[in-house]
Design a binder for this molecule. Structure first.
Ligand SMILES: C[S@@+](CC[C@H](N)C(=O)[O-])C[C@H]1O[C@@H](n2cnc3c(N)ncnc32)[C@H](O)[C@@H]1O
Length: 310
């Protein structure tokens, strides 16, 4: 098997102790998400999802495609009364609050590195009448101290890419999930065979300048971490084309609001447009890939083999 080239940011991270790397992520990753939420309100969909949507039809708008993504997450997570969900990297509450609004009797906990995001998510939970079932904290995932078998579902949407200590994080997820518990990840990966230049200044711009710290594994590496934690992989889908369209919609919004964004945060529109354009090209050329992965601990209660292809 071909060895996947590591990005310099990942090689640097490997030289740090786990604690120092965690502190590094806490600072440099949070920085992007601490920008004024009002900026992201002009760039993203109404629920502020900062991850790929799921497009099906030509001409569909971003909000419709993100609504499809939320509904798909809800189907895959299959939350039932009395259950609990942990959203690792909950952002401004996009998925967490949708799920809270569309389920009965489920308790939700979200964590993010950004106090700005946590504030908006809590306010939205109040405004949307779900504050009684949602808690949100500013916390790095590796500082969670949770009992064994304490959650029914764990979600990472657009967040695991920021986390260096993947094997350890997956071990923790495998431990805290109850039997029958689900792990759902929506994120980006490298193709297994080297395509493109991973040491390029364009990659450096996205991984470090714009987003602080990113580590892309291949799909098979992530699946191996999940399997090593004791879970079975039950479903994987490729959302790469949807991410090309999502990024296109975000770029159009940045362009439309460029001067307003720069009044709020000088230079930020250029940073957003540049990193999103490089990313869009990478997904278009399939030098980066977008997947949604579902793992289950123990016996699944759904027969995933019967799922229709939409
Ligand atoms: C691209 S946003 C995705 C937000 C949301 N999940 C969504 O789909 O809209 C990434 C999120 O991951 C969070 N995050 C990144 N690394 C984290 C870590 N180590 N622990 C907790 N949250 C983290 C960031 O604070 C941010 O909220």
């Amino acid at each position: 098997m071909q060895v996947v080239a590591k990005h310099p940011a990942e090689r640097l991270a490997e030289k740090r102790s786990r604690e120092v790397q965690m502190e590094h992520e806490r600072q440099v990753v949070a920085e992007h998400y601490q920008h004024k939420p009002e900026i992201f309100m002009r760039v993203l969909d109404a629920r502020l999802a900062y991850a790929t949507a799921v497009y099906l039809e030509d001409g569909e708008d971003l909000d419709a495609a993100q609504e499809r993504k939320f509904a798909r997450l809800a189907t895959k997570l299959d939350l039932r009364p009395g259950e609990t969900l942990l959203d690792v990297g909950c952002g401004w509450g996009s998925n967490l609050l949708y799920l809270a609004q569309h389920t009965e009797g489920v308790a939700f906990h979200g964590i993010t590195l950004s106090s700005e995001q946590a504030q908006i998510a809590r306010k939205r939970a109040e405004d949307w009448g779900v504050a009684d079932k949602v808690t949100i904290e500013v916390r790095h995932v590796e500082t969670l101290d949770l009992p064994d078998e304490s959650y029914d579902a764990v979600l990472f949407s657009g967040s695991i890419v920021h986390m260096h200590s993947r094997a350890e994080i997956h071990q923790m997820v495998g431990r805290i999930l109850k039997p029958g518990g689900r792990l759902l990840i929506s994120d980006c990966y490298y193709p297994a065979v080297n395509r493109g230049d991973r040491d390029s200044s364009a990659t450096q711009y996205i991984f470090v300048t714009a987003l602080g710290y990113c580590k892309l594994t291949t799909l098979s590496e992530e699946l191996a971490f999940i399997e090593d934690s004791g879970l079975d992989i039950v479903h994987v889908e490729d959302l790469t084309e949807s991410y090309v369209r999502t990024l296109g919609a975000w770029i159009d919004n940045v362009r439309e609001h460029r001067s307003w964004i720069d009044e709020q945060s000088p230079g930020f529109s250029k940073l957003l447009q540049t990193y999103m354009t490089i990313a869009r090209l990478s997904f278009h050329k399939r030098t980066a890939l977008e997947y949604m992965i579902l793992g289950v601990k123990g016996r699944p209660r759904t027969n995933y083999g019967t799922w229709p292809i939409p």
